[in-house]
Design a protein around this ligand. Structure first.
Ligand code: B16
Ligand code: MG
Length: 219
């Protein structure tokens, strides 16, 4: 039986993935880079700095900005994003997530956050989930962002577990890759066209029940 569940945030616990997209789109428009939802899949789960690098490369404009200007662009995107998430409430929690967290707690299974977002603690507080989590891995403490496994390894460590004892839940390609590399068992929320067909997938978080997780646990 697994001993911990490592949760991604954006796109798994709530729909902030949409706000990230809107904020990048707004920033992109200001610097002449157009992005669409297809391109946005490459930004999901990826750190703010790495997302900016991908956006600038997509527009072919990396050379137009100094490192200081890039830092300003990343900060500006975050300002747009932070403004958008001010009104997040517990009603924004995706279907089934509260029930899953309750069931895991009752079963004595540790819940740890493995989000790339530096806004994770703020969002958990807004959704009144901060105290439900046993730990929040700090993305500022890891050397490499997703698809590197670091944040999942740290999330497991923060609750005294090895990733091999845990299930990781993700909505992004980069995140699934990170879970697999960490040694945790992946579950994807999304479509096989985006996440591949080699791991268990649910089309919606409402299917992420405690029973489902026990069924897919293969160790
Ligand atoms: P921030 P996750 C990720 O969160 C987002 O998917 C990604 O779009 C974002 O760039 C990244 O967090 C960093 O977020 O700018 O708020 O620090 O999916 O890992 O929960
Ligand atoms: Mg995500």
């Amino acid at each position: 039986m697994f001993k911990g569940v490592l949760f991604d945030l954006d796109g798994v616990i709530t729909d902030t993935a949409e706000y990230h997209y809107q904020a990048w789109k707004k920033l992109g428009a200001e610097i002449g880079v157009t992005i669409d939802r297809h391109f946005n899949e490459q930004l999901k789960g990826v750190s703010r700095e790495d997302s900016l690098a991908r956006l600038l490369a997509h527009g072919g404009v990396e050379a137009n900005f100094s490192e200081t200007e890039k830092a300003e662009l990343a900060a500006r995107k975050n300002e747009y994003y932070v403004e958008m998430i001010q009104n997040v409430t517990p009603q924004d929690i995706y279907p089934g997530i509260t029930e899953l967290l309750t069931a895991l707690k009752q079963a004595g299974i540790k819940c740890s956050l493995a989000s790339a977002s530096k806004n994770g603690p703020f969002l958990l507080k807004k959704m009144e989930l901060f105290d439900t989590f046993d730990a929040i891995a700090d993305p500022a403490k890891v050397a490499h962002g997703k698809p590197a496994p670091d944040i999942f390894i740290l999330a497991a460590k923060e609750v005294g577990l090895d990733p091999a004892e845990c299930i990781g839940i993700e909505d992004a390609r980069a995140g699934i890759e990170a879970i697999i590399k960490s040694g945790a068992q992946p579950v994807g929320v999304g479509k096989p066209e985006v996440l591949g067909d080699t791991i268990p997938l649910v089309s919606s978080t409402e299917f992420l029940t405690f029973d489902y997780l026990t069924q897919i646990w293969t160790k």
